[in-house]
Design a protein around this ligand. Structure first.
Ligand code: 57M
Length: 360
């Protein structure tokens, strides 16, 4: 809204012309989300404690986690508020992609909120029935995918691009819809699984969004897209502003979620952020690149699948505990060491994903 007002005044005050630039608004969006997080987080954390919205710690996890009992959870609401306020100020809501991203972020966040509410308020350790939770995620991803599939503005809607192989463009046709659902729901749950030690998930989301934001800006910019020979997607460049808001909110939340965490984001945060990252990848045609940028999320998910399948088939565990961050905790790595080393790998994967732009 502020963007519309200020840019609309550029006829009378020419410096306001700067508000048309995505890079300028992305910076403002990041700083605004960061500031909003710093303003509301202390009060929100105190409120969560006051209403005993605290985490139940499972007794079958690493013993070091037992001391986390009583940590406030559902802090992801702070992230969603910060991003929403920032986007209302600096986002261009005449762009349909902005609406899709906000519906994805808040829709998956609402599903996570319902699960957290049942666990933390109703004291139901199982939370939402897995079938209902997964069904709700699939339904939301289906709505998003059908909207994008039917999107008349995007000539490449059903085309899958492959990193390094510029000429490889697969038109998925109607299969685009189940593929997109897989990417969006998979991404949402991968972040959810990863959010098991202090700051790990939100730090990796900030790193992945920084790289995805750069890719989004370039593929939404006609000249850059042509030079780098990536698919040019008119209108998607505006999503860079959303990435800025997300990074700002994630870094702000990390200030409080860093070890030892004062607050956990809850499923409201992890499902919302993961759903948004997956939706961004589908809109910008960087689905496979997302698997590289978010490589730790993929590794965490694969570790769970391997563990559960191995345990069910043979009764033996592949890891000391899944997801894999717990495996290293049980190997004796301190929690901060696991977190920082996973972040380092996340940064390396993000840099590698940016290299795919040139290595084609
Ligand atoms: C999401 N949630 C954390 C917090 C956070 C199939 C199985 C692998 C599923 C998986 C699972 O339940 N995943 C759910 C992970 C939980 O964090 C809460 O959940 C939100 C995110 N969704 O925001 O509210 C615990 O994680 C710790 N935590 C931190 N710092 C943070 O910043 O320390 C979270 C955020 C919190 C806190 O202890 O309570 C979670 O782990 O539940 N299950 C597991 O991950 C469990 N693994 C497991 O069962 N492995 C078995 C299976 C695969 C056969 C095995 O390896 O043998 C582990 N998680 C826990 N205890 N807590 C181990 C048991």
């Amino acid at each position: 809204m502020l963007y519309e007002l200020l840019y609309g005044l550029h006829d009378y005050f020419s410096p306001f012309n700067v508000f048309r630039y995505i890079t300028f608004r992305t910076t403002l969006a990041a700083l605004t989300a960061l500031m909003v997080t710093f303003i509301i987080a202390p009060h929100f954390i105190r409120w969560l404690k006051r209403i005993s919205m605290t985490q139940q710690i499972r007794d079958d996890g690493p013993t070091t986690h037992l001391s986390k009992a009583g940590t406030p959870t559902m802090g992801g609401i702070i992230i969603l508020i910060a991003i929403t306020v920032s986007m209302l100020m600096w986002g261009n809501f005449r762009n349909a992609y902005i609406w899709v991203m906000m519906i994805s972020l808040l829709g998956f966040g609402a599903i996570g909120f319902a699960d957290d509410y049942l666990k933390s308020v109703k004291r139901n350790p199982k939370g939402m029935k897995a079938l209902y939770k997964f069904g709700a995620q699939m339904a939301l991803a289906l709505i998003i995918s059908i909207f994008l599939y039917a999107n008349p503005a995007d000539p490449y809607t059903t085309v899958l691009s492959v990193p390094f192989f510029k000429k490889w463009l697969f038109d998925l046709g109607l299969f685009y819809i189940p593929f997109s659902i897989f990417v969006i729901v998979g991404s949402s749950n991968a972040v959810n699984l990863t959010d098991g030690i202090d700051g790990l998930a939100v730090g990796l989301v900030a790193i992945a969004t920084l790289a995805s934001g750069a890719l989004t800006y370039l593929s939404g910019h006609a000249q850059f897209a042509r030079y780098l020979q990536v698919i040019y997607l008119p209108g998607t460049g505006e999503l860079t502003v959303f990435c800025g808001a997300l990074i700002g909110a994630a870094l702000g939340f990390l200030w409080y979620n860093a070890y030892p965490a004062e607050v956990f984001m809850g499923d409201v945060g992890s499902l919302g952020l993961g759903g948004a990252l997956g939706t961004l990848a589908v809109i910008t045609k960087h689905e496979i690149v997302l698997a590289v940028v978010g490589g730790i999320f993929v590794i965490e998910t694969i570790s769970v699948i391997l563990q559960v399948v191995s345990f069910k088939l043979t009764g033996n565990r592949v890891f000391k505990m899944a997801p894999i961050h717990h495996h290293f905790e049980l190997k004796g790595w301190s929690e901060p060491k696991v977190i920082v080393r996973f972040w380092i790998i996340g940064i390396i994967l993000a840099l590698f994903s940016l290299a795919t732009l040139k290595l084609r």
